[in-house]
Ligand binder design. Structure first.
Ligand SMILES: Nc1nc(=O)c2c([nH]1)NC[C@@H]1CN(c3ccc(C(=O)N[C@@H](CCC(=O)O)C(=O)O)cc3)C=[N+]21
Length: 306
């Protein structure tokens, strides 16, 4: 792909995710006979948050479409921490379960760290446990967080070899910002990890070949900050009021002021239809990887390099 000045190529995350899903499906077919069963992802959803319900439904649908087994465990928001920990322990002990995802956020009376740390690191398809984070930092084999994996994959599609490129990551969350910094470092990028206390963020962005916006603040990254031709990856998914859609209307926007940024960027991901679908694609990739690794089998050819 070649950038056109003044008109960014819009990265189609849905199409990219569909391509990765098809590789996963082929990989499942390659692995299944040696495994003697389908790879299996278990999703645990606590409470009734409507956005979470949508994501979980999408995950289940795409897991099954790729030929994998899906287990969905739903519990009332009043569940006690010990019971939730018990559910995770049972999934750890179940040899037919390859991946465990506990949907965040959890209700306030539950310590998310305690629950996450219960997950067997070899089944940690979110890459959220301290063990997975340590493996990433050390460059050791392990499961990597899905959203940052999607960011790196799309940046490689857009820009090719990433070695030496400068990256500004905005946001230092455990699930996205911090692992994104280390995954781009693994690609030999020069990484700046910025956050709410960073001074002169526009000046840092102006030098970045790749901007990863993951602060959770609607449209905070302005078009004028973006270097001509840069690759802008918008991780934010913010539901905001949209009075133009009538009373009570809402819409989804990212962390990037899209229209402005698209006039300067070489490549940009939209919201929705950008990074979001890639997150689920890499969740499926991780489930397949976990299934192979746990069985002591080689990674299926179809997902090599993912
Ligand atoms: N343990 C855990 N792991 C997660 O990975 C995790 C989580 N908890 N809690 C919630 C967030 C959110 N998340 C999304 C995944 C896909 C889309 C996605 O595919 N969005 C579509 C549709 C958006 C829409 O229309 O609502 C898009 O951006 O095009 C969005 C959000 C994963 N999360």
């Amino acid at each position: 792909m070649k950038p056109v000045p003044g008109a960014a190529s819009v990265i189609d995350g849905k199409a990219a995710a569909a391509l990765i899903d098809s590789h996963v499906k082929a990989g499942v077919a390659q692995l299944e006979s040696r495994l003697g069963r389908a790879p299996c992802l278990a999703v645990v959803l606590v409470g009734e948050d409507p956005a979470s319900q949508v994501y979980v439904r999408n995950k289940v649908k795409r897991t099954e479409a790729a030929g994998m087994r899906s287990i969905e465990i739903r519990r009332d928001a009043r569940i006690e921490e010990a019971e939730l920990v018990g559910i995770v322990e049972a999934l750890n002990a179940d040899d037919a379960v390859d991946g465990i995802l506990v949907q965040m956020p959890l209700p306030g009376h539950i310590d998310p760290y305690r629950v996450v740390e219960t997950i067997d690191p070899d089944k940690d398809v979110d890459g959220l446990t301290a063990t997975s984070a340590g493996r990433l930092v050390q460059g050791a084999p392990g499961l990597r967080p899905c959203t940052p994996s999607g960011c790196v994959w799309l940046a490689r599609q857009a820009l090719g070899e990433l070695s030496g490129k400068s990256v500004v990551v905005i946001g230092r969350s455990i699930l996205v910002g911090k692992p994104a910094a280390f995954l781009f470092l693994e690609q030999n990028c020069t990484v700046m990890l910025s956050h709410s206390r960073t001074l002169d963020l526009p000046e840092h962005c102006a030098r970045a070949d790749i901007v990863v916006a993951a602060a959770g603040r609607p449209e905070m990254v302005k078009g004028a900050w973006i270097k001509e031709g840069a690759c802008v990856l918008d991780v934010g998914i913010n539901r905001v009021d949209a009075p133009e859609k009538g009373e009570g209307g809402t819409k989804l926007v990212g962390d990037v002021a899209y229209d402005e940024a698209a006039r300067r960027a070489g490549f940009i991901t939209p919201v929705p239809g950008g990074i979001g679908p890639m997150t689920i694609a890499f969740l499926l990739v991780n489930t397949l990887k976990a299934a192979a690794a746990r069985a002591g089998l080689a990674q299926p050819e179809a997902i090599r390099g993912l």
